[in-house]
Design a protein around this ligand. Structure first.
Ligand code: ADP
Length: 270
């Protein structure tokens, strides 16, 4: 028996008025928001301007892909949006909270408790079972697993009956399902994916993308995914295109053809 409890519980930890007051300073349904974000690596003549004033809004319960040529700033965007790195200037907000005012301890708590991550390399602990891997973020946060929620996400990612196995006993696709379940277990406000299907074959990649899509549609999860793959991007509700550290386009209802065409015009395949 499943219940769509995630959105309600999520709003309990991060109050999100369904009808924002018109007078509120930032009346958005944004899960993540970047305002004038800049990121400079190094200084002086060697300085690299990785982000040059990025404004972006990720609506709650949406699936957003971030694309752009190599070196356009995708990883930097993801790291700044997820609180893994601090911008040089501008503001990143998670829900109503401005992350720029937080110290490292507070940022660590935000990453641990309010954000989920899925990486290309799965990053599972080889000595732990599937279930122990999935519940690791809860243990790190000193929280107990809600047995019903755990069972639901294990079922949703198709790992029922495999929770006692070790990662080495699983295929790449199954390992990425474990990583996705681990990202969902804390009921995060946003799941960030960094090329989450980059290490998977085409068929398995589509299964994982379908799962991500369903977490958005059925659980109300917000997902932001960096990808270079137009097929992966076509599963999203919208695509943000980066070039030279700036957002140069936003595409709603992306298709493989339209995304490929836009990337070609950005010189991404050159
Ligand atoms: P993408 O993910 O689109 O390939 P990145 O965000 O990784 O782009 O990089 C954007 C720019 O910032 C590139 O010019 C890259 O070389 C530079 N860059 C990224 N990280 C660092 C770093 N830690 N130190 C210096 N330059 C960096």
């Amino acid at each position: 028996m499943t219940q769509p409890s995630a959105p309600a519980d999520r709003t309990a930890t991060a109050p999100a008025p369904t009808a924002p007051a018109p007078s509120a300073p930032a009346p958005t349904g944004a899960a993540v928001r970047l305002d004038g974000v800049t990121k400079v690596y190094g200084r002086g003549t060697g300085a690299v301007h990785a982000l040059r004033g990025v404004d972006a809004v990720v609506p709650r319960g949406s699936f957003t892909a971030v694309m752009g040529p190599s070196g356009s700033g995708k990883s930097t965007f993801l790291h700044c949006a997820a609180g893994l790195d601090l911008p040089t200037g501008g503001r990143v907000s998670l829900g109503e909270q401005d992350l720029s005012g937080l110290n490292e301890d507070a940022l660590t708590r935000v990453r641990r408790e309010r954000i989920g991550f899925v990486f290309q390399a799965f990053n599972l602990m080889p000595s732990l079972t599937v279930e122990q891997n999935i519940t690791l973020p809860l243990r790190l946060a000193g929280r107990k697993a809600d047995a019903r929620w755990l069972a639901e996400i294990v079922e949703r990612v198709g790992l029922t009956g495999r929770t006692g196995r070790r990662p080495s006993e699983l295929s790449g696709g199954q390992q990425q399902r474990v990583a996705l379940a681990r990202a969902l277990v804390t009921r995060p406000e946003v799941v960030f994916g960094d090329e989450p299907t980059g290490a998977l074959d085409t068929v398995t990649a589509k299964e994982v993308l379908g799962l991500l899509r369903r977490t958005v549609d059925l659980l109300g999860q917000t997902v932001v995914m960096v990808t270079h793959d137009p097929v992966a991007a076509s599963y999203a509700d919208a695509v943000l295109f980066l070039a030279d550290g700036q957002i140069v386009d936003r595409m709603a209802a992306p298709t493989v053809e339209r995304v490929s065409d836009r990337m070609t015009r950005l010189g991404a395949w050159a």
